[in-house]
Design a protein around this ligand. Structure first.
Ligand SMILES: Cc1cc2nc3c(=O)[nH]c(=O)nc-3n(C[C@H](O)[C@H](O)[C@H](O)COP(=O)(O)OP(=O)(O)OC[C@H]3O[C@@H](n4cnc5c(N)ncnc54)[C@H](O)[C@@H]3O)c2cc1C
Length: 407
């Protein structure tokens, strides 16, 4: 009987937190245990690299829910404790505390962890990563003292940190290994636009460069490149990507490949075990391929989708992925999945930094990137969902309401 069952969720952040909420909202009356390695209750990471780092976003606003919510809805928070193993035959999760938690159903929502830069001096004082609230507290404090900041990696987190450090008045150097920042995420042309935005804001953005190591006696003082260039700094922020947090699942027999493999219902290869959020490598039924998305919107909605499946509903999870990034006073938004597209159509002005760029395959829109045009982006999402043929000239014509094309 459902009321007597225990649902365990490992990973107490966005996907896990939203799944717990949805289980209760949909009437699950059994026990819900939310296990998290971090000491903080579920919170939102996006402000960490933006307003929070700039001192403009209070910590209390980060949390998904007040503590009283978890008390009222009897969601047991087990925080500050790591899950160390999964034993499917016993239907139990082992915790670092030595405890074993029995589950009737288990949701894996352990997300990702920041990749470390394995170079000499990588663990010097003054070298930071940014994934957790704890990281952000330390980095925000360091930024108050720092004048010269070097960011390694021009991905979204690195560029947002660079923008925040500029807003705080620091001199900022960004070092990127690729020739164009963000090319893997938004394509080379749009990556160049992002690079130009940072250069216009005074960031010394260097591409195609390899970090050889960090130097300093007591704390980091220089970043050394492969060509022996040394860049003086007060702090370094490393943002070189993330890896799925799956080490604790070793030996459990669960199918792993670039995260936890799940189908369109968030079901893993093990009975009554589900996965959602950044850790889940899922089958997208509409696009006929696997995706692992490292963005807020997916974590939140896939957490809800997992809760629905756990409660016996059978609705495939097939969204059009979406993410955004705030840098300076600009919001970049992206919707869809561009790989496989064969041309780009721009509506608006790239030079004026107010445009939407559509990636098409034949006459269908697969993805869209917009700068400062949120309404267009939402209409583009409808277009991608509808997969109706569109005329490139009409798409580029600002006199035509985009929403009408999806109808
Ligand atoms: C600084 C920052 C800014 C971001 N900004 C944006 C943005 O602007 N737009 C956007 O779309 N996305 C953004 N993101 C991405 C977004 O925050 C993530 O996609 C989202 O947090 C993923 O949620 P999740 O619950 O799947 O994983 P996570 O948020 O990573 O949560 C997983 C939780 O599981 C815990 N855990 C891991 N292993 C274990 C274990 N063995 N036992 C117990 N607990 C464990 C972790 O400690 C963590 O708390 C940002 C991310 C960061 C870090």
């Amino acid at each position: 009987m459902a009321g007597a069952e225990t649902y365990v969720i490992v990973g107490a952040n966005l996907a896990g937190g939203r799944a717990a909420e949805a289980l209760r909202a949909r009437g699950f009356a059994g026990r819900i245990v939310l296990v998290g390695e971090e000491p903080d209750r579920p919170y939102e990471r996006p402000p960490l690299s933006k307003g929070y780092l700039q001192g403009a976003y209070p910590e209390e606003k980060l949390f998904l829910r007040p503590q009283s919510y978890y008390d009222e809805y009897a969601i047991e928070l087990r925080l500050g404790v790591r899950a160390t193993g999964l034993e499917p035959a016993e239907r139990s999760v082992a915790l670092a505390s030595g405890e074993r938690l029995r589950y009737d159903k288990l949701l894996i929502a352990t997300g990702t962890q920041a990749r470390r830069l394995d170079v000499p001096g990588g663990d010097l004082e003054g070298v930071y990563a940014l994934r957790t609230l704890r990281d952000a507290r330390r980095l925000a404090a360091a930024l108050q003292q720092a004048q010269r900041v070097v960011v390694v990696g021009a991905g979204f987190i690195g560029l947002e940190v660079a923008a925040s450090a500029r807003v705080r008045g620091c001199a900022v150097t960004v070092l990127e290994a690729a020739a164009v920042p963000l090319a893997h995420a938004v394509g080379a042309e749009l990556g160049q636009v992002c690079a130009a935005i940072h250069r216009d804001h005074g960031v010394d953005l260097r591409v195609s460069c390899a970090v050889q190591g960090f130097r300093g006696s007591e704390r980091v003082e220089q970043v050394v490149l492969a060509d022996s260039t040394a860049i003086a700094c007060d702090i370094v922020v490393v943002g070189v990507g993330v890896t799925p947090a799956v080490a604790w699942l070793a030996g459990s027999g669960i199918a792993l490949e670039n995260g936890v493999l799940v189908n369109e219902y968030t079901e893993t290869s093990l009975p009554d075990v589900y996965a959602a959020g950044d850790v889940a490598n899922w089958w997208h039924p509409r696009w006929g391929q696997r995706l692992r998305v490292e963005h807020y919107d997916n974590a939140q909605h896939q957490g809800l989708a997992a809760a629905r499946t756990m409660l016996g509903e059978r609705e495939p999870y097939a969204p059009v992925p979406y993410f955004w990034s705030d840098q300076y006073d600009l919001t970049l938004q992206y919707v869809g999945y561009a790989p496989g597209s064969d041309r780009m159509v721009v509506r608006g002005s790239v030079a004026a930094r107010s445009f939407t760029a559509f990636s098409l395959r034949g006459d269908r829109v697969r993805a869209a990137f917009s700068l400062g045009r949120p309404r267009e982006l939402m209409a583009a999402r409808q277009l991608i969902r509808a997969q109706k043929p569109v005329d490139a000239a009409v798409l580029a014509d600002e006199g035509v309401e985009l929403r009408t094309l999806a109808r």
